[in-house]
Design a protein around this ligand. Structure first.
Ligand SMILES: Cc1ncc(COP(=O)(O)O)c(C=O)c1O
Length: 405
């Protein structure tokens, strides 16, 4: 069946049954659409948020699967607690307490990846029209998750150090948000990290107006240079709800993440999670625990940090060498993404079909804005391609940008 046929069938179905407005309005993620084209042969894919598959710890996971079946047997295949497998919760609590905040295992709710954490946050806080404050730009998947509950997004002016406190205060007073959504470390999409002084200012405002902060942190452990910045949780205590995940430090296909917050708040999340899927997959929780517990996770993180740090440098050097038409870009100290700003009113979305024809996929930046989209921007992933393909991809980018200029 062609895509056109499928769309026609979906259209007919939507007219026959009484679907919710929510189902009628759902749009597929633009990134998934671009990924369809980017998987064509010869296309260098800077578009997805995918970690490098050749670095997945296949052997370690294989051994962990066998150990899980030997050691835990039927328990690993049985229903389990909604908040998660206790050993894994204990492990995560200990591990993330190294930021300087003492988490107890009861402060952890295991989720099917952070994306489910975002959905649970949406269920907990958002009524139709509730205001959510976001950075500018922000993570597209969060916009999708919160839109599902009819959030009203208000973006706060953001520079290379994070949200501007004056604008944040103005928008808190004006809009009475249900929460402030932040990706403070190596942000998706921009790659920027919020500075210590901005964190202090944002936390001070969250406390002053008693507004929770949702700190979505999939990339915090992937730092390749520079110095760590203190965690929002340490500064903000009960005002900060942290989302974490093993997606970028082990593998996204396992779908294991967590919410870390005050025990009372976790109790509310637990009820939402129970209604949604009873609990996260028991087996993969055990597998993550068995893989990670004796230092293998830390070794693996060092390995991917080395490779990703090199790839980032290769991409930045290639941009400096080839993209010489006045474009600018962020030079992130970690994470997966780099953010390019094109000069002279070039539209990144109009340029995309040309880029795809030239064998390059990226995501136009405009999709990452909850308000005031900026179409001169684009997001590229520096971790997913080989060093050779990174150089070739940037050459292709430079060529299509020059043609569009
Ligand atoms: C900021 C941010 N939050 C959440 C997610 C979802 O991650 P997970 O695979 O854990 O669901 C991503 C994935 O790219 C992300 O970039």
């Amino acid at each position: 069946m062609s895509e056109g046929d499928i769309l026609e069938h979906v259209g007919q179905l939507l007219n026959r049954w009484q679907f919710s407005e929510r189902a009628k309005n759902l749009q597929s993620s633009i990134i998934r659409e671009i990924l369809k084209d980017s998987s064509k042969p010869g296309v260098i894919n800077f578009a997805g948020g995918l970690p490098a598959p050749e670095l997945f710890p296949i052997e370690g996971i294989q051994k962990a699967c066998l150990r899980v079946l030997e050691k835990y047997g039927p328990d690993s295949l049985q229903y389990s607690l909604t908040t998660g497998v206790p050993m894994l919760k204990q492990f995560i609590a200990q591990r993330i307490s190294t930021i300087g905040f003492d988490f107890s295992p009861d402060a952890i709710q295991i989720t099917q990846g952070s994306q489910q954490g975002l959905d649970i946050i949406g269920r907990v806080f958002i009524q139709p029209g509730s205001v959510v404050l976001t950075e500018e730009p922000t993570y597209l998947g969060a916009l999708q998750a919160f839109s599902f509950y009819d959030a009203h997004f208000v973006s706060v002016k953001t520079d290379d150090s994070g949200m501007l406190p004056d604008d944040l205060e103005y928008k808190i007073r004006e809009h009475k948000p249900v929460f402030i959504y932040l990706v403070p470390n190596f942000q998706n999409p921009s790659g920027i990290t919020m500075s210590k002084s901005r964190r202090e200012a944002v936390v001070a405002l969250a406390k002053k107006y008693d507004v929770p902060i949702v700190d979505d942190n999939p990339y915090g452990e992937l730092r390749y240079s520079g110095n760590p910045v203190p965690s929002l949780k340490v500064m903000g205590g009960e005002h900060v709800i942290q989302l974490g995940t093993f997606s970028k430090i082990i593998s996204p296909g396992l779908r294991v993440g967590w919410i870390a917050a005050d025990v009372e708040f976790i109790g509310i999340c637990e009820k939402m999670k129970q209604a949604c899927d009873l609990h996260s997959t028991t087996f993969t929780q055990y597998v993550v625990y068995e893989f990670a517990k004796d230092g293998a996770l830390e070794e693996h993180i060092e390995r991917i940090k080395y490779a990703y740090g090199r790839r980032r440098d290769v991409m930045i050097n290639a941009l400096r060498k080839y993209l010489d038409n006045g474009s600018t870009w962020t030079e992130p100290e970690g994470g997966l993404f780099l953010w390019v700003r094109l000069p002279n009113g070039i539209s990144a979305s109009k340029m995309l079909p040309v880029a795809l024809k030239a064998g390059l996929a990226y995501v136009p930046g405009k999709y990452f804005f909850s308000q005031r989209p900026d179409d001169s921007t684009l997001r590229i992933n520096f971790c997913n391609a080989t060093e050779e393909n990174i150089v070739e991809g940037i050459k292709r980018l430079a060529k299509v940008v020059k043609e569009a200029d």
